[in-house]
Design a protein around this ligand. Structure first.
Ligand code: NDP
Length: 255
């Protein structure tokens, strides 16, 4: 089986789903040649597990990237671009995110704006700044149609943001989180419509409810199961998936 993509970048890869994405990509039988594992502080204590993982795989390159800080994003684009020379970036996974359990009673403007900054503005800015590298990959692979092996921006979303499902508020009173991820979903749809003619696939993926710091121990899925599913889904994506909202098993979700 061919590698998922020649080059992959994951945001928020120092823990949780992001760390496991990097771990499984690096351990796959045909790993990507370049795995850009990005996080806010690769040299600090929060980057320890990722640094240890990177020490075991030559394909992993650690890159500092705070998704809400424009100079940091631009620094990462420079570092990734010079590493890839003129080949471009095939697969961008916007995974970094924050949760918020604010209810109607407790929600305040600062928290709402902070969650929107990370979950909506962050992935949009990251995609915007990496676009030249994605376009370069889309033109340079010699592949037709849309796929993660050619060029793709994948946004990690959540079922809780689905307006169609509108899962019960009493079970998940998370106003900032749900509203921000619904806004991120619209960003995904807009990007998909605008970028498909440039050969870039854009898809939103719900990873399931996963045992991470965010998902808590109560979640039914292990991070290994979720990420195995996500990577299988990513490998199967083609033209038809442009602008889709899928879960970790490949099921279509209503927006
Ligand atoms: P975690 O809380 O375990 O990890 C979140 C990651 O995002 C951390 O690496 C964190 O870095 C990073 N991050 C947060 N803000 C920024 C920023 N400004 N710049 C760079 N990195 C940042 O969450 P999960 O792994 O569970 O979640 C990953 C994604 O999956 C999120 O988008 C989340 O919304 C989504 N998701 C998760 C579900 C679950 O059940 N776990 C369910 C549905 C969706 P740091 O260590 O520096 O804080």
């Amino acid at each position: 089986m061919a590698a998922l993509a020649r080059s992959v970048l994951v945001t928020g890869s120092n823990r949780g789903i992001g760390l496991e994405l990097v771990r499984q990509l690096a351990a796959s039988p045909r790993p990507p040649q370049h795995i850009f594992a990005t996080c806010r502080d690769p040299e600090g204590p929060r980057g320890k597990a990722l640094k240890e993982l990177a020490a075991q795989h030559a394909s992993i390159k650690l890159v500092q990237l705070d998704t809400v800080n424009l100079p940091s994003i631009r620094g990462a684009v420079g570092a990734v671009g010079s590493h890839l020379k003129d080949q471009g970036l095939n697969l961008l996974i916007n995974n970094a995110g924050v949760s918020s359990h604010a209810t109607l009673r407790s929600v305040d403007p600062q928290e709402m704006l902070a969650v929107f900054a990370t979950n909506v503005v962050g992935p949009l800015q990251v995609t915007k700044e990496f676009l030249p590298l994605l376009e370069q990959a889309a033109k340079g692979t010699g592949k037709e149609g849309l796929s993660c092996g050619r060029a793709a921006a994948i946004n990690i979303s959540t079922k809780l943001a689905s307006l169609g499902l509108c899962l019960g508020v009493p079970e998940a009173p998370m106003y900032p989180y749900r509203a921000s991820k619904a806004a991120q979903n619209m960003v995904t749809r807009c990007l998909a419509a605008e970028l498909q003619d440039k050969g870039i696939l854009c898809v939103a993926i719900h990873p399931g409810w996963v045992k991470t710091d965010m998902g808590t121990e109560k979640a039914p899925l292990t991070v290994e199961q979720s990420v195995r599913g996500i990577l299988t889904v990513l490998a199967s994506l083609s033209q038809d998936a442009s602008g889709a909202f899928l879960d970790w098993e490949g099921n279509c979700l209503p927006w």
